[in-house]
Design a protein around this ligand. Structure first.
Ligand code: AP5
Length: 223
């Protein structure tokens, strides 16, 4: 299984990405984690990107693409699958990643979108700021990350939708419930992925399930 996670800051890419990777026995490649690891180890790359991370700016495409190419090369030798979390974030990255995927014979099967309202994202990240010390979890920087997501990342979803590989899931439910829903959807898609080439697939929109789960019965007998 080869999955791209595309969602706003705090939507649960890391939380769900790790679980999906474990379920399918593939590496969880999170660009934010890789970059932060370089910063904390004080590598040349870390020094180069620290300012971008602290301000919530995107690091230059080439830095990310080199890192991802290397990680995908390792994934190819291993299971051949991956969960890519945090990339692509721009249309240029999406196209470049597609080329890398073609070269390596491992283009994505699914682009998984977690849909979460902005006020919820801000609440989650401010709550995380009280537990962890991520330099970019201040309200101003969070708002900037959200604006960047809206402007340059969200539009990519249309491209994956037109390729028939977009799976949209409502992300405002308890973590375990969401994992179950995502894994069920991915398991169902696995057989389709194996049987149908990309052009013959259809995107899947499960965001309506969120509303269904939120709807209180209100004593009605409709079930
Ligand atoms: P990155 O690390 O990718 O940060 P992000 O996209 O802002 O996402 P987060 O890690 O904040 O959130 P998440 O969606 O993973 O949610 P999580 O599971 O942690 O990138 C950081 C920076 O690196 C970027 O700003 C940029 O500078 C650079 N960068 C990275 N990739 C790049 C690229 N491709 N190009 C250029 N620059 C790049 O959950 C968040 C919180 O919510 C947690 O506390 C969690 O416990 C909680 N939570 C999760 N799920 C739920 C739930 N269902 N209900 C309630 N709470 C939940």
């Amino acid at each position: 299984m080869r999955v791209l996670m595309i969602a706003g800051p705090g939507a649960g890419k890391g939380t769900q990405g790790e679980r999906i990777a474990e379920h399918f026995g593939v590496p969880h490649i999170a660009t934010g984690d890789l970059l932060r690891d370089n910063v904390s180890r004080g590598t040349d790359l870390g020094k180069q990107v620290e300012q971008f991370l602290d301000k919530g700016e995107l690091v230059p495409d080439q830095v990310v693409l080199d890192m991802v190419r290397e990680a995908l090369g390792a994934a190819k030798k291993d299971s051949g699958g991956f969960v890519l979390d945090g990339v692509p974030r721009t249309m240029q990255q999406a196209r470049a990643l597609y080329q890398v995927g073609i070269e390596l014979g491992m283009t994505a099967d699914v682009a998984l979108h977690l849909q979460v309202a902005e006020d919820q994202l801000i609440r989650r990240l401010l709550a995380r700021a009280e537990q962890e010390a991520r330099a970019d979890d201040t309200e101003d920087v969070i708002r900037h990350r959200l604006a960047l997501y809206r402007e340059v990342t969200e539009p990519i979803l249309g491209w994956y939708n037109s390729r028939g590989i977009l799976v949209s899931v409502g992300g405002e439910r308890p973590v375990d419930d969401l994992t179950r829903e995502i894994l069920t959807a991915l398991e169902m898609l696995r057989s389709v992925v194996d049987a149908a080439p990309e052009g013959e697939r259809r995107s899947v929109d499960l965001t309506g399930l969120d509303a269904a789960f939120h709807a209180a019965p209100q004593g009605s007998s409709s079930g």
